[in-house]
Design a protein around this ligand. Structure first.
Ligand code: SF4
Length: 394
């Protein structure tokens, strides 16, 4: 039975806060003597609330997490400690030099942390601090090391990766970083994490489209399908700009995956604005949709806005948007039947089948007897079912 339980929390929505509290209570139920250490974004923004839960011995902020083991060693037996400082004061991005990712076939390299955009609904700038970038030499070294360790795919992650390098001396940008990776000893494929629509200039789109080693996959937050709501969200683009951006990507890469994030139920969202969002989404050439029901985050401007919508309306709208997303994904997936895709095989097995991920972010199912986790294989796509495409090694 665990005597010490570490809970790494998320606070992006009220639901994730609640899940974190439930995990802490569960740890205590399983062993009434267990001491619980809480860290992560919820710990960063509301340490007092977590320290008040039974069994919590230590609350560690996101920056303090860097010295996690030392702080655990110093943990005193019978007093509750809060070790959380003002993360907005931190201006250097520290990352853990990870050399393996348990049970994962793809490796993740954090190139940036924090955000200065302060979208009106978002708690992340308060939980992660200001935007700060990892030195490009360290990013390249980490990418090379993970590639040499056998990972066939590396994902570049961050909170605001389009802002990469703007805080470094001299300043850099994402395109320069990608060129440095291209000229390194990296072999394999690279995937970009989520990137803001205003941070995909023409030169970057051209470069990605021409780079066969970068997965043809964009993840771009749209967040609202109405210009007035975008303004209230403090997002600095219009739906017209977004439409043009997706058209520009499609011109260069007709079969690329394009994932969007959308929030529904933002304060004051009218039925008309919601319908306009549905129409916009139906018309946009995207392939994956991540729907987020609006969640009131204390401390953000949107939490105090007039016109907060009832939960059941937000839920209904989210269901409708997810239906649009599912249809787009099914239509997109079917295009690849009869084609060959490069697939990285993931861990786990379901009913004799293993799942892999294609370069264009589609789940592909194969017979488990044919493949092993971590392989990157050409797969001939034979058909489509509700859980994704399936095929055989080409
Ligand atoms: S850009 Fe993203 S992380 Fe930054 S405030 Fe907006 S939604 Fe949050």
């Amino acid at each position: 039975m665990a005597e010490l339980v570490i809970v790494n929390t998320c606070t992006v929505t009220a639901a994730t806060d609640s899940q974190s509290r439930n995990l802490i209570r569960r740890a205590r139920r399983m062993n009434a003597q267990a001491r619980v250490v809480v860290t992560g974004c919820y710990a960063q923004v509301d340490p007092q609330a977590l320290a008040a839960l039974p069994g919590v011995a230590l609350v560690i902020g996101n920056e303090e997490k860097q010295d996690f083991l030392a702080r655990l060693t110093e943990l005193e037996s019978d007093c509750i400690q809060i070790q959380v400082t003002d993360i907005r004061q931190v201006d250097v991005a520290k990352t853990l030099p990870l050399s393996s990712f348990e049970q994962r076939s793809r490796a993740f390299v954090q190139i940036q942390n924090g955000c200065d955009a302060f979208c009106s609904y978002c708690i992340i700038p308060y939980a992660r601090g200001r935007s700060r970038s990892v030195a490009s030499v360290d990013v390249v070294k980490q990418v090379e090391n993970l590639s040499a360790a056998g990972y066939p795919e590396i994902v570049l992650t961050g909170i605001h990766i389009g802002n990469y390098g703007q805080d470094l001396q001299p300043k850099l940008d994402l395109l320069t970083l990608l060129k440095q990776i291209e000229n390194s000893n990296f072999s394999g494929r690279l995937r970009l994490g989520s990137i803001e629509p205003t941070e995909l200039p023409t030169e970057l789109l051209d470069y990605i489209a021409a780079a066969g080693w970068i997965c043809p996959h964009y993840h771009i937050p749209l967040q609202a399908g109405d210009d007035q709501i975008l303004k209230q969200m403090n997002r600095h683009y219009t739906t017209g700009f977004f439409r043009d951006l997706l058209a520009a990507i499609r011109r260069r890469q007709p079969q690329a995956a394009i994932g969007l994030d959308i929030i529904t139920g933002f304060p004051g969202e009218t039925e008309q604005q919601f319908i306009a969002t549905c129409e916009l989404l139906s018309a946009l050439p995207f392939t994956h949709l991540h729907v987020f029901p609006f969640s009131r985050r204390p401390g953000t401007p949107a939490a105090e806005m007039a016109g907060q919508l009832p939960g059941d309306i937000i839920k209904q709208r989210a269901v409708r948007l997810r239906q649009i997303g599912e249809q787009k994904l099914a239509d997109y997936s079917r295009q690849f039947v009869g084609q060959t895709l490069a697939v990285v095989i993931e861990g786990g097995e379901v009913a004799g089948r293993k799942k892999g991920l294609s370069q264009n972010y589609l789940p592909i199912w194969l017979s488990a007897a044919e493949v092993e986790q971590g392989q990157c294989l050409p797969v001939a796509i034979a058909g489509y079912r509700s859980d994704g495409l399936y095929g055989k090694i080409a």
